[in-house]
Design a protein around this ligand. Structure first.
Ligand SMILES: [Zn+2]
Length: 328
């Protein structure tokens, strides 16, 4: 992430803490940066590494321009080592190699930094090897571990690190990132609204099951408005066939919930908040069919259905009841 303003916006708490730590010269021997995809783990890794070498620090902020900063950015700094998984894991040899490098006393200064991306992918042997390293901290060596899955990291490793937890991305940030990746605006809005993180939101773009799910929602809306007597049959045949277990059905109910929320947004003239941007025409028809009051009632019914799905009630019964409530 070259855009530091963006990082600042996404992680204000972590950035403030880091700056204060740097200004007070209280940099720890080891950090574990944990956060979802896209939250800025590597950017913070770069920030920390630069802070330790930059010749023109100002107010806890590296300059990003001096020779040290530029060499770190390009991966050519002799005292900054970055370890990434070799295939599916980080192997013992990679950590051993690092340790060997570090026994040569400071190439340029005594300061050394190593960064480990996807630290949760260390094999047990690699983690144990690293642990030896962490147990004998040298004043001039800083370890920066990064992970999306901190539960998979050994407690003994974790306990030796200062933990920096990054905030999850807001759905707005996820939407912006998806747009940058070239996903169509109306989809970026929908994907970011219904998925909690960037990875899952991005995956929806290629997901046939999801495309079909969305189609079924729109079809169900049409049937409820014009062919009411076919609604139950549609639920029994098509809907339940697709949303075939409790988890899938819960997702289908989420889609319905967002759909009816959108109807409300349209009814109160907040078009810009709408999630199903590519179905404005269909949503508009819904506002003719369901009053504001109906829509609110249906939203309550959907929430109730979501509750029932997690309980021991048969999914088909839950859906049939909800369908009747939507028909009212
Ligand atoms: Zn610099």
């Amino acid at each position: 992430m070259e855009n530091w303003a963006e990082l600042e916006k996404r992680q204000p708490v972590a950035m403030k803490m880091l700056r204060q730590m740097i200004i007070r010269e209280r940099v720890a021997h080891a950090y574990l940066i944990q956060g979802d995809v896209g939250t800025g783990k590597e950017a913070i890794g770069y920030f920390l590494a630069k802070s330790l070498f930059c010749k023109q620090m100002s107010a806890g902020e590296p300059c990003h321009r001096c020779n040290e900063c530029l060499r770190i950015d390009s991966g050519n700094h002799p005292d900054v080592h970055w370890i990434r998984p070799d295939g599916a894991s980080i192997k013992k040899e990679q950590i051993a190699h690092l340790q060997k490098e570090f026994t040569y006393t400071g190439l340029e200064s005594n300061q050394k930094v190593y960064l480990i991306s996807h630290a949760d992918l260390m094999t047990t042997n690699a983690a144990n090897r690293l642990l030896k390293f962490l147990e004998e901290p040298s004043k001039k060596t800083t370890a920066i571990l990064m992970t999306e899955n901190s539960q998979a990291i050994l407690d003994t490793v974790k306990s030796r690190c200062q933990i920096i937890s990054l905030m999850p991305l807001s759905s707005q940030s996820i939407e912006e990132l998806l747009l940058k990746e070239g996903i169509m605006p109306e989809n970026a809005r929908l994907f970011s609204a219904i998925m909690p993180n960037l990875e899952q939101a991005r995956a929806l773009d290629q997901d046939e099951w999801f495309a079909q799910a969305r189609k079924l929602v729109v079809q169900l809306m049409g049937i409820l408005q014009s062919k009411q007597d076919e609604a139950l049959l549609f639920i029994q045949r098509q809907w339940m066939e697709h949303f075939s277990d409790r988890e899938k059905l819960n997702f289908g109910l989420d889609l319905l919930m967002y759909w009816f929320k959108d109807i409300i947004y349209l009814q109160i003239d907040q078009k810009e908040t709408i999630i199903f941007q590519s179905y404005l025409k269909e949503l508009e028809k819904c506002t003719w069919h369901w009053s504001k009051n109906d829509t609110t009632q249906i939203l309550y019914s959907i929430l109730e259905a979501k509750r029932h799905v997690t309980q021991n009630i048969h999914p088909m019964l839950v859906m049939e009841k909800l369908t009747l409530q939507m028909q009212r």
